[in-house]
Design a protein around this ligand. Structure first.
Ligand SMILES: C[S@@+](CC[C@H](N)C(=O)[O-])C[C@H]1O[C@@H](n2cnc3c(N)ncnc32)[C@H](O)[C@@H]1O
Length: 274
């Protein structure tokens, strides 16, 4: 079955563009996970299969990977991504709820969970379920970010302060919490609550500067449009106008066009023992 983009969530295009823009650094995160030869790995939720393909490539030829997600459209997208990835370990695609995984206790050596705690609103239960399906001594690895540091562009500092304030407000309105968009800062506590033993933490920085290549430009354009839409109603008119100019691809002063534009993206890998 081919993936139907209309069935994917609103954020799907931006997330896929993020993978393409920062592929090099994200692949480094996957390589940093401790994995024995021939390991069995669970990628949950797998989304578009970006990490499934990297994990399956890393596990080739002796390991095996299960890619689980609740969305049929995302599972179809993941199959396509893995199909294009070349030589990879065997991959099973499984429609499954992250809170009730259809696997026996101790099936896997590693459960991998990337950028999904915005969707999984009971993180401790989801992590406890990952722990259940990993063997004792195996690992749970989580790749997460904190939206306050996830994508930093060098627009004026006073605009940054307003954007961050508005983001906390918009987050409370949409998700009922000012910190819903910052799972990375709570991950260690969630591990402890899920009876996992934190063993490692590594923040991966990706730096890009103008002129941006097409993948970074596409990601930034989508991300900045999303930011503008998310913050509408939470900014004073003059700050809204400033954000509009700073993010408008037709404006020469936009971060998409300025010769001195830079972007830094921080993502953190958290590893825990079961
Ligand atoms: C933000 S995406 C991240 C996907 C992927 N890990 C990545 O980094 O690209 C969140 C994913 O969670 C899936 N999802 C949401 N709730 C779920 C649940 N209860 N069980 C399994 N998957 C779920 C969505 O379908 C989506 O694929």
């Amino acid at each position: 079955m081919s993936a139907d983009p209309a069935q994917l969530p609103d954020y799907a295009a931006t997330l896929t563009a993020f993978h393409a823009a920062f592929r090099r650094e994200l692949r480094r995160a996957v390589r940093a996970v401790p994995l024995p030869l021939g390991a069995a790995v669970l990628d949950v939720p797998c989304g578009d299969g970006f990490y499934t393909a990297l994990l399956a490539r890393r596990m080739y030829p002796f390991g095996r990977v299960a890619a689980a997600d609740l969305s049929d459209a995302y599972l179809a997208a993941a199959r396509e991504t893995v199909g294009r990835a070349g030589a990879v370990a065997a991959v099973d695609f499984v429609k499954a709820d992250a809170y009730h995984l259809p696997f026996d206790d101790g099936t896997f050596d590693l459960a991998w969970c990337a950028q999904s705690f915005i969707s999984l609103d009971d993180p401790v239960s989801a992590l406890a379920e990952m722990r259940r399906v990993v063997r004792p001594g195996g690992r749970v690895a989580v790749l997460e970010d904190d939206s306050f540091h996830h994508v930093m562009v060098n627009w004026p500092a006073e605009l940054e302060v307003e954007v961050q304030r508005a983001a906390a407000e918009a987050s409370r309105e949409r998700y009922g919490s000012r910190s819903a968009l910052s799972p990375a800062r709570r991950m260690r506590q969630w591990f402890l609550d899920a009876k996992l033993t934190p063993t490692g933490r590594k923040t991966i920085a990706a730096d890009r500067q103008a002129p941006f290549g097409p993948a970074v430009r596409r990601f930034l354009a989508l991300h900045l449009r999303e930011t503008r839409e998310f913050l509408t109603g939470h900014l004073a008119p003059h700050h809204r106008a400033a954000l509009g100019c700073a993010t408008d691809s037709a404006d020469p002063d936009s971060v998409l066009n300025r010769a001195d534009a830079t972007v830094t993206s921080l993502t953190t890998l958290f590893v825990a023992r079961c």
